[in-house]
Design a binder for this molecule. Structure first.
Ligand code: PSU
Ligand code: MN
Length: 306
C-alpha cells in the first residue's frame, strides 16, 4: 500500500520540525471566493500578515496531482489566475492525484491536508455550512462532516448569511464540534457581528483556545474546533444594505437555477457586484482579522507544545 504523497515546503517542514507556529490557509477562497486580480494580492497579504507575526503560512492546494502544504509564489499565482481551477473537496483528492490534475482546496480539503501534515491551526474567511433549502436539496458542505473527524482549529467569522445559520449550528452540535466565540457571546454571520444565535462558550484569548485544543487532544477526541471571530463593530457591513443585497443574490440564484458546488461562488460574486464592491472590502477585513487571530493561536499552541 502506498501512502499519500504530500509535498510539504521546506519553510513549513522546518517550522514544524522546530515546533514553531504554522497556520494553514485555504485556496478556494483565492480561486472561487475573491475576484481577480484582488485574489492574488490578498493571498500574498494573508501570508505576509503571518510572517510579520513570526508565524509560517502554509497555503494549501493540489498542484499537478500533488497536495502542496506551503505554496511558493508561482503556485499561489496559478491558483489565483487560472479561471478553470477546480474547486476541490476531500472527495476529489484521490481523483486529482490519479489524474495529475490541479485544484484549489475548500475548507474541508485544506483541513484534511493540514492535519496530515501536522498543522493544527487554520484561518479561513467563511466556513461552508448548511444551505438554505437543504431539507429538500440535501446541500450541506462537506466542511462540516470533515470537521467532525479532523483535529484542526478553524478560525472563521461564523458562516455567511447566505447559508441557513441555525441549521449549520445544529449540525456542528450533531458532529460534536465545539464552537468558541472569540470575545463574543453570539455567532457572527460573516459580514455582520451578529446572527441572533447565542453561543454556549466564549473565550477571551488565544491561550484559552490553545488550552481547549490540549484538552480535546487529552480526551482523544478527533473533532476540530471552530473559533467564531466577529469583525470589530466599526468594520462590519451596514446591516440594511446587507439584508437588501443578500435577498437580491438569493433570488438571482433561484431564478437562474444555480445548484451544487456552484452555489457558494455564485452568491459570493453576485453579492460583490450588487454591493458595488463594498462586501469585498468587508470580506478582506474579515479574512485579515481571522489570519491574525489564527497566528496568535498557533503561537500559543507552539509555546505550550515544546
Ligand atoms: N464561504 C465563503 N467564502 C468562500 C467559501 C465559503 O465565505 O470562499 C468557500 C470555502 O472554500 C468553503 C467552500 O470551504 O466555499 C464551501 O463550498 P461548498 O458550500 O460547495 O461546500
Ligand atoms: Mn454543496
Amino acid at each position: 500500500m502506498s501512502s499519500l504523497s504530500i509535498r510539504i515546503s521546506d519553510e513549513v517542514g522546518s517550522a514544524l520540525a522546530e515546533g514553531k507556529p504554522v497556520v494553514a490557509l485555504e485556496s478556494t477562497i483565492i480561486s472561487h471566493g475573491l475576484p481577480r486580480p484582488r485574489n492574488f494580492e490578498a493571498a500574498q497579504e494573508f501570508e505576509a500578515i503571518l510572517r510579520d507575526a513570526g508565524v509560517t503560512p502554509a497555503t494549501i492546494a493540489v498542484i499537478d496531482g500533488v497536495p502542496n502544504v506551503g505554496l511558493d509564489d508561482q503556485g499561489v499565482r496559478r491558483i489565483a489566475e487560472d479561471e478553470a481551477m477546480f474547486k476541490a473537496s476531500v472527495r476529489d483528492l484521490a481523483v486529482l492525484a490519479a489524474k495529475g490534475a490541479s485544484g484549489a482546496t475548500t475548507v474541508a480539503a485544506t483541513a484534511f491536508l493540514a492535519d496530515k501534515a501536522g498543522v493544527r491551526v487554520f484561518a479561513t474567511g467563511g466556513l461552508g455550512g448548511v444551505h438554505r433549502g437543504a431539507s429538500s436539496t440535501f446541500d450541506e458542505s462537506a466542511d462540516l462532516s470533515v470537521m467532525a473527524r479532523t483535529p484542526v482549529t478553524i478560525v472563521s467569522a461564523g458562516v455567511k448569511s447566505v447559508l441557513d445559520i441555525a441549521a449549520t449550528l445544529e449540525r456542528l452540535e450533531t458532529f460534536s464540534v465545539p464552537v468558541l466565540g472569540y470575545r463574543t457571546d453570539e455567532f457572527p454571520s460573516f459580514w455582520l457581528r451578529t446572527s441572533g444565535y447565542a453561543l454556549d462558550w466564549r473565550v477571551e484569548s488565544a491561550d484559552e483556545i490553545a488550552a481547549v485544543m490540549r484538552q480535546q487532544d487529552a480526551l482523544g477526541e478527533r473533532a476540530g474546533i471552530l473559533v467564531a471571530n466577529p469583525l470589530p463593530e466599526n468594520q462590519q457591513w451596514d446591516p440594511a444594505t446587507h439584508d437588501r443585497v443578500l435577498a437580491e443574490a438569493l433570488a438571482a440564484a433561484d431564478a437562474q437555477g444555480v445548484h451544487g458546488k456552484a452555489v457558494t461562488p455564485f452568491l459570493l460574486s453576485t453579492i460583490v457586484e450588487a454591493s458595488g464592491g463594498v462586501s469585498l472590502e468587508v470580506n478582506l477585513d474579515i479574512a485579515r482579522n481571522n489570519v491574525r487571530l489564527a497566528g496568535e493561536i498557533a503561537t500559543a499552541w507552539a509555546a505550550g507544545s515544546g
